[in-house]
Design a protein around this ligand. Structure first.
Ligand SMILES: [Zn+2]
Length: 352
C-alpha cells in the first residue's frame, strides 16, 4: 500500500511538471485528486486494513494528498504568471486613446444673461434687491396702480395660490418683478420717512404667468427691473441711463430709439428698441424687416406708485425699466423657441 502511494505521488508530480495550460491542469486535478482517482481509492480502502496498518497508511495518504495539492497550487501560479507575461508581450495597450470626458456643468443661459445684465447695472450704480416670488394681489397689482378689474391685468394672467377666502387680495405667484419696487421703496423710506433716501436698485428674478405655452411665451421667465427714485430725476435721465446701458450691452455703436407705450405703473411710458445687431438696421428675419429689436419697457414712475412706496410725488420723481434675459439671449443667439430654456435638454444647454 505504501509503495502504491509513493508511486501515485511520483507519477502525479511528474505529469504535473509537463502541464502548460489551465485546461490540462484541471484535467490533472480530476484524475489525480478527484473522487475516483487512485489516491481517493486508497482512502476508501482504509477500512479494509488491519488495526496496525490503518494509521500508517492513512498518514501517508494524507501526506501525499497535501503534497500533490500544494504542487498543483504552485503550478497554477506559474501558469498565471506565464499567461500574464505572454499577454504583456503580445498584446499592445494603446495609451494614446483618449479617456472618457468628465462632463463639467456650467451656468444656465438665463443665469449667464441675468448676471451679465446685473454686472452692467452694478457698474452703473444699481444695487441688487431681491423680493419674494409669492405675493399678495395688493403688492403685485393694486399698489402698482392696477386696481381690481383693471383691464391691464389681462396682460398678466396669474397663478393663484390657495389661501382661503381673501376677498380682493388673494395670494399669487408674482407676474413681474415690479412688486419689488414697493418693497424696496418702503424699506428705504422707513429709514427716514420725512426725507427718504434715493433709490437705485436692480430687481432680478423669476416671474410666472398663466399663459398658453408656445414658442414665444412661457409660464415662467426671468425679468430684471431697474428703479431709480430721487429728487429732480427726469425723462432725460431715463434716456441717458438706458442708452448707456444699451451701449454697454450691445457695443459702443448701438443705436436706440424710444417709442411711446403704456404701463399702469409708469407715466409717461416707453419701449426702447436697439438697432438690429444682426442686419445693422437694414431689415432681416430676426427684426422682422423693421431694423429694430424691442429690448425693454420703461417709463417715469407713476405718482401713485411713488406715494404707495412712501415717497412724496411732489418732491420725488423716478424712472423704472424692465427687460427679459431670456429674450435678449434669444436675440443674441437667434433662438426661436423660448421653451428650450426650461425643457432641460442638455443638447440645448451645453451649447452655451
Ligand atoms: Zn435685422
Amino acid at each position: 500500500m505504501l509503495d502504491k502511494l509513493n508511486e501515485i505521488e511520483k507519477s502525479g508530480l511528474e505529469s504535473l511538471n509537463t502541464i502548460t495550460d489551465p485546461t490540462a491542469l484541471e484535467a490533472w486535478r480530476v484524475s489525480t485528486l478527484g473522487r475516483s482517482s487512485p489516491l481517493m481509492l486508497v482512502f476508501s480502502e482504509l477500512g479494509t486494513l488491519s488495526k496496525e496498518e490503518r494509521p500508517v497508511v492513512g498518514q501517508a495518504a494524507n501526506r501525499v494528498k497535501t503534497a500533490l495539492e500544494s504542487a498543483m497550487d504552485a503550478r497554477a501560479q506559474i501558469l498565471r504568471a506565464a499567461a500574464l507575461a505572454k499577454s504583456l508581450e503580445q498584446e499592445t495597450l494603446d495609451v494614446t486613446l483618449p479617456g472618457r470626458r468628465i462632463g463639467i456643468g456650467r451656468l444656465h443661459p438665463s443665469t449667464q444673461q441675468l448676471r451679465r445684465v446685473l454686472a452692467i447695472l452694478a457698474e452703473m450704480g444699481f444695487q441688487v434687491y431681491t423680493s419674494p416670488e409669492v405675493e399678495t394681489d395688493e403688492m403685485n397689482f393694486q399698489l402698482l396702480n392696477f386696481p381690481p378689474h383693471h383691464p391691464a391685468r389681462e396682460m398678466q394672467d396669474s397663478f393663484y395660490v390657495e389661501a382661503g377666502e381673501r376677498g380682493e387680495n388673494p395670494i399669487l405667484m408674482r407676474t413681474h418683478t415690479s412688486p419689488g419696487q414697493i418693497h424696496a421703496m418702503r424699506e428705504y423710506a422707513s429709514k427716514n420717512p420725512k426725507d427718504p433716501p434715493p433709490v437705485r436698485i436692480a430687481l432680478p428674478g423669476m416671474c410666472f404667468r398663466y399663459e398658453q405655452i408656445t414658442a414665444r411665451s412661457e409660464i415662467q421667465f426671468n425679468q430684471v427691473e431697474g428703479l431709480a427714485v430721487g429728487k429732480g430725476i427726469t425723462f432725460a435721465d431715463l434716456k441717458g441711463t438706458l442708452t448707456d446701458f444699451a451701449r454697454r450691452m450691445f457695443g459702443q455703436g448701438a443705436h436706440v430709439r424710444f417709442r411711446a407705450s403704456y404701463f399702469p405703473f409708469t407715466e409717461p411710458s416707453a419701449e426702447m428698441d436697439v438697432e438690429c445687431f444682426v442686419c445693422g438696421g437694414a431689415g432681416c428675419p430676426v427684426c422682422k424687416g423693421s431694423g429694430w429689436l424691442e429690448i425693454l419697457g420703461c417709463g417715469m414712475v407713476h405718482p401713485i406708485v411713488l406715494q404707495n412706496g412712501g415717497y412724496d410725488p411732489k418732491r420725488y420723481t423716478g424712472f423704472a425699466f424692465g427687460m427679459g434675459p431670456e429674450r435678449q439671449w434669444m436675440l443674441r443667439y437667434r433662438i426661436n423657441d423660448i421653451r428650450t430654456f426650461w425643457a432641460n435638454d442638455v443638447r440645448f444647454l451645453e451649447q452655451f
